[in-house]
Design a protein around this ligand. Structure first.
Ligand code: PBG
Length: 309
């Protein structure tokens, strides 16, 4: 007999993602085991009024859940891959990476206008420098303003009229069942996705062999390979997670093809490129070095100075 405690943040998206994983795991639940959910309020969830990049980035959401795993208050945690820091505390591992959901971003606009149709000066809400720089690269005449809070909060702010449009991950929209709220799906050519976007990481203790074996049943090796290439690219840049960096890899007959981008938040310059190969870590590292040689590191240093609190 074993009770598996699955920790989750309490936002609707976090709970939905956790339940999606639990449903899949339940099909392979060992005899005599049961699962229950434990909702955890993280610091990141409580800080709603400051831009995330100013309060220490995405690590905030993950840290307290990791502590609960290490303290054995919970046995499993489901995270958006995109929110996972590059390094994991000793004693914890990613036991599974789930099949990637649609990695693209999408636009929700109040008047049902597409990005190209928004009037000059229209306010677009996003706190992501990656989204900001790509919106402004496409439409330098728009105004980007930060919007914090979970998906429900952001959608409410859009409908209240604080913004003409907001940009969100389509994966989150699909998981919430919000497809009909979407005005436009933004193709990767105009809005290169965030590293890991659309994939989920299931975290557990490294020595919990029973759980590790069970998690293998929901692991998707191809998603892991492409996401590893993206993460190797991102983590070659110091403190990459809240910088305007994008990376998206797909599998082709020749192996992994990774596209990456580093851009100024104003929309220019944009430094981007592609790299292919079989070893995901090498592909990510090689693309990072190439963009660094083209000036990406200098650009990021300027941006880091600008976003220090
Ligand atoms: N930064 C918060 C966050 N983390 C993961 C998702 C969406 C789901 C995913 O990318 O897998 C979102 C919301 C968003 O960016 O719109």
């Amino acid at each position: 007999m074993r009770t598996i405690v699955v920790g989750t943040r309490r936002s609707e998206l976090a709970v939905t993602q956790t339940e999606w994983v639990m449903d899949r795991l339940r099909k392979r639940l060992p005899q005599d085991w049961e699962m229950k959910q434990e909702r955890i309020v993280t610091k990141g969830d409580q800080i709603l009024h400051v831009t995330l990049s100013k309060v220490g980035g995405k690590g905030l959401f993950v840290k307290e859940i990791e502590q609960a795993l290490m303290d054995k208050r919970i046995d499993l945690a489901v995270h958006s891959m995109k929110d996972m820091p590059g390094e994991m505390p000793t004693g914890l591992v990613m036991g599974a990476v789930t099949l990637r959901e649609d990695p693209r971003d999408c636009l929700l606009s109040r008047e049902g206008l597409r990005l190209e149709q928004l009037p000059t000066g229209a306010k677009v809400g996003t706190s992501s420098l990656r989204r900001q720089s790509q919106i402004l690269a496409e439409r330098p005449d728009l105004v980007v303003e930060p919007v914090r809070g979970n998906l429900n909060t952001r959608y409410r702010k859009l409908m209240e009229g604080q913004f003409a449009a907001i940009v969100l991950a389509y994966a989150g929209i699909l998981r919430m069942g919000w497809e009909e709220k979407v005005t436009e799906i933004l193709e990767a050519e105009t809005m290169l996705p965030a590293v890991g976007q659309g994939a989920l990481a299931v975290q557990c203790r490294a020595d919990d062999h029973e759980v590790l074996q069970w998690l293998e049943t929901i692991h998707d090796a191809e998603t892991e390979r492409t996401v590893t290439a993206e993460r190797s690219f991102l983590h070659a840049f110091d403190g990459g997670c809240h910088l305007p960096i994008a990376g998206y890899a797909v599998t082709t007959e020749e192996g992994i093809r990774l596209r990456g981008m580093v851009a100024h938040p104003s929309g220019a310059p944009v430094i981007s490129g592609e790299e292919s190969g079989n070893d995901p870590v090498q592909v990510g590292g090689a693309l990072a070095r190439r963009l660094q040689a083209e000036g990406a590191e200098t650009l990021l240093q300027e941006i880091r100075k600008g976003i220090q609190p």
